[in-house]
Design a protein around this ligand. Structure first.
Ligand code: AMP
Ligand code: MG
Length: 333
């Protein structure tokens, strides 16, 4: 028996060494959503990613009264960490670029619709009218790491936090020399590197009418952030009308822009996240203009009528559906 043991161990070693390395996987519930992490490489990277996501949740949660953001909202003034100050500065820039369509100051409005606590209700028009003057990036005063919010103003990073988490995960994966990873953080997908077998990433685009199914797929290789903002992701229905969580900063009500899903594809998770929220608010026409002038991203739009529009740079990646291509240049009428 003693002689057989080394042979047995050798056999196990050979089997492990000869089997192609599958991904290491982890699932967690964080930032109010289910997340799936897959990595090809050092399994300890999974722990590092989860620790980072939990750290960011502790900074940005609006419902945990001990988070850095909730404490800032409660007092209106704070000395931020360098990391939070930099992200807030970026959020304010995304707000300016999108002419306020992305607005990190809508928290008081989300609260009266009951979205943060999932205690949904339709606020009176007067309530929205009273809160709208408390919103807007100009009410946020950031100087270095010192921040002051005008009275009644409070912040919500829900439109950017998961994308920022994806960005931070990519930085960790780079530092840990992981070969490839596929991160699914709620509506945010982040690919990283190339799988050991060289095959392409195949990412499903959620069907707004059956979000667990794909309406189309995207195939590509390499590192990309793909973030979807959809009216089907969080909503409630009252008297046959659906009210979703992406608010129009002009009205304080769920954005009715004619779109039910916007996916932004670009190099950076935080930008993809902020832009997907903003483009959802803007609607197809304004988003097309934004794409033509801004140009550092690609996007897929699904309209309320279930028509699919795709910007030129990502049309080749998409299969399984009919779509219209949005070119960089406006066609001459
Ligand atoms: P997303 O799912 O990334 O589109 O972000 C939606 C979340 O961001 C909501 O649940 C709110 O927390 C917040 N939010 C809602 N409307 C806006 C908006 N117009 N700009 C920025 N954040 C928003
Ligand atoms: Mg977003």
């Amino acid at each position: 028996m003693k002689k057989l043991l080394p042979l047995f161990l050798l056999l196990i070693f050979c089997l492990t060494a000869c089997t192609p390395q599958g991904p290491e996987v982890a699932s967690l519930f964080a930032m109010d959503t289910f997340m799936d992490l897959k990595i090809w490489g050092d399994a300890s990277a999974l722990d590092a990613l989860q620790t980072e996501i939990r750290h960011l949740e502790n900074l940005f949660s609006v419902t945990d009264e001990n988070s850095a953001l909730a404490m800032l909202n409660a007092t209106g003034t704070a000395e931020l960490t360098e990391e939070m100050a930099v992200l807030l500065q970026e959020a304010l820039e995304f707000s300016a670029q999108t002419e306020g369509a992305f607005d990190p100051t809508l928290y008081p409005l989300s609260v009266v619709w009951g979205f943060p606590e999932k205690n949904y209700r339709i606020p009176e028009a007067e309530v929205l009218d009273a809160l709208l003057p408390l919103t807007g990036a100009e009410r946020v005063h950031l100087s270095g790491t010192s921040i002051h919010l005008d009275a009644g103003t409070s912040l919500d990073f829900g439109g950017i936090a998961k994308g920022y988490a994806a960005r931070r995960c990519v930085q960790l994966l780079e530092a840990m020399n992981v070969e490839a990873a596929l991160l699914s953080l709620g509506g945010n997908v982040q690919t990283y590197g190339t799988k050991p077998d060289g095959s392409a990433w195949v990412i499903g685009l959620a069907d707004p009418d059956a979000p667990n199914k794909a309406i189309a797929t995207l195939s590509f290789r390499g590192t990309l952030a793909l973030v979807t903002s959809g009216s089907y992701q969080r909503y409630f229905t009252q008297d046959g009308v659906t009210y979703h969580h992406i608010l129009d900063p002009d009205t304080g009500a769920p954005a009715r822009s004619g779109l039910c899903s916007v996916t932004v594809i670009c190099d950076d998770g935080a930008m993809a996240d902020a832009y997907s929220t903003a483009l959802f608010v803007m609607g197809l026409e304004k988003s097309t203009e934004f794409y033509r002038t801004q140009g550092t991203f690609e996007a897929i739009f699904i309209t309320d009528a279930r028509e699919i529009y795709v910007t030129g740079g990502c049309a080749d990646l998409l299969s399984g559906c009919n779509f219209t291509i949005i070119t960089k240049e406006a066609s001459i009428p």
